[in-house]
Design a protein around this ligand. Structure first.
Ligand SMILES: [Fe+2]
Ligand SMILES: [Fe+2]
Length: 477
């Protein structure tokens, strides 16, 4: 598991021992850099950013911090060390040896899973490329760029798998990953949620809170995979992903804290008149992003999910390490969900557990989101407010799955189309809400300074002070 940092492509996969693969990846590198320069953060490519880079795969010792220009970032290929027992932990092949190569019969499915995951990585960089121009502080600007370069590294992780294990098809897929563009009419990104631009920082914090957290659960499901190189690639990606969710979770918490402070300082005044973001707008953003991410899990009752589980390609959250699953084959088990029946009433419906794997993963995700809500509500309480933020029902505002053909309110109760029209402006952001949020997005780029709509964080990055120069500008802003 030695890490080679001196090579053109830093790696711990002994890349130099496979000349053909090394050459192919070195040929992909300049195309990647071209893509980064064209589609990465706009306007900051020449600046020095205080970034962490992976230099080993050992727990706790892998993050190295230094100033670097983003196009010079050392993107590399890192796999987590082998776990030890090397046995498949679930599905029809339970207990057999994990696979070091791709079995012919699962090649198509694995390629599809890897390409879909890979496509989200550059997509999110593209979606966030304009945000730097309205950053609320140097600290936040640096965090945005950290997330961006690591999404770039995740693309490398997946491209390595495509190049190494999928031959010519894999190389073509790797090319296409640099050709598709978020929001492009002719060649958009694969998943719809990755095609809309992120235009304000409240949306960015929701993105990293909810979308990156969906990413975490997808990665956890792949970290169980019987295809060992995929499992170990995603295991290392999860360690990087934690920072992205930290950015989202604490970002939202800081916005909520600032709003609460403004509400307390002058109870008679509207938060807007003081340049803050009202709680009801924050709630609407939460509603929008939480429900959009639920759609990313795939069908609630899904034959694809059952197949992936049976074949050993995608497991459940912490399938092999937690005690929450009694039976790792999930045979002869049922999952019951409430869905609308033909009379338009809710009724309980039982499906085989394997077909419910997307929903089971979603359950773990929702539980995780609820913990953040509890923390944010504690922040409101600490500031002396009784207001509370909530997660809407998983049925609310869905575009995919069993709830997408009906209208539900925030509590998950069926409503008519007419009622929905009345509910909507109070439950989801309106054009005016977006415009208001954008109107307060004024860049604040002096060390230690923060925009008025967001509280400073508790501490800096890597034990640095809050007024540390997290970004050194080549040009003067
Ligand atoms: Fe990622
Ligand atoms: Fe991420």
């Amino acid at each position: 598991m030695n890490v080679s940092l001196s090579e053109k492509i830093p790696n711990n996969v002994n890349l130099s021992s496979d000349r053909k693969l090394q050459k192919a990846l070195e040929a992909w590198l300049p195309n990647y850099i071209d893509w980064w320069r064209a589609m990465g953060p706009e306007g900051f490519q020449e600046d020095q950013i205080y970034l962490r880079t992976a230099i080993s795969v050992e727990k706790g010792g892998w993050a190295h911090f230094d100033y670097v220009k983003m196009p010079d970032y050392r993107w590399g290929i890192f796999l987590a060390p082998p776990s030890g027992d090397n046995k498949i932990g679930f599905g029809d092949h339970l207990g057999k040896d994990v696979w070091a190569t791709v079995p012919g019969e699962y090649r198509k499915e694995l390629r599809r899973i890897i390409v879909t995951q890979a496509d989200t990585e550059p997509a999110s960089v593209e979606q966030q490329r304009l945000l730097g121009q309205t950053a609320p502080s140097l600290y936040d600007l640096r965090n945005l760029f950290q997330v961006n370069v690591e999404e770039g590294r995740h693309l490398w992780a997946m491209v390595y798998l495509l190049h190494s294990y999928f031959g010519r098809d894999g190389r073509e897929e790797a090319e296409d990953l640099l050709i598709r563009r978020s929001g492009h009419t002719d060649s958009p990104r694969i998943l719809e949620a990755f095609n809309k631009p992120i235009l304000d920082w409240l949306a960015f914090f929701c993105f990293t809170m909810f979308m990156d957290r969906d990413g975490k659960y997808q990665l956890y499901a792949l970290a169980e995979s019987a295809f060992d190189p995929l499992a170990r690639s995603t295991q290392f990606m999860i360690t990087e992903e934690a920072h992205h969710m930290f950015v989202g979770d604490t970002g939202l918490q800081r916005v909520i804290r600032r709003t609460a402070e403004l509400m307390k300082e002058s109870p008679a005044e509207n938060v807007r008149s003081r340049g803050g973001i009202p709680l009801d707008i924050i709630q609407k953003y939460i509603n929008e992003w939480f429900t959009a991410t639920l759609d990313l899990f795939g069908g609630d009752d899904s034959s694809n999910a059952a197949t992936y589980f049976a074949q050993g390609l995608k497991g459940r959250y912490k399938e092999s390490s937690s005690k929450r699953y009694l039976n790792h084959t999930a045979m002869d088990e049922i999952y019951s969900m409430d869905i609308p029946n033909s009379k338009g009433q809710m009724s309980s419906h039982e499906i085989p557990m394997r077909r419910a794997m997307n929903t089971v993963l979603q359950d773990a995700y929702i539980e995780d989101c609820e913990k953040s809500l509890t923390r944010w509500n504690k922040t409101l309480g600490d500031c002396g407010l009784s207001d509370q933020l909530t997660l809407p029902s998983r049925r609310f505002n869905r575009l995919q799955g069993v709830y997408s053909n009906h209208r539900f309110d925030m509590h998950g109760d069926l409503v008519s189309e007419e009622q929905w029209k009345k509910i909507r402006p109070d439950a989801l952001p309106t054009t005016e809400d977006y415009e208001y949020v954008q109107s307060v997005m004024i860049p604040v780029l002096g060390p230690g300074k923060f925009a008025n709509w967001i509280a400073p964080p508790k501490r800096g990055i890597n034990s640095q002070a809050l007024d540390f120069e997290y970004v050194r500008f080549e040009r003067k802003n």
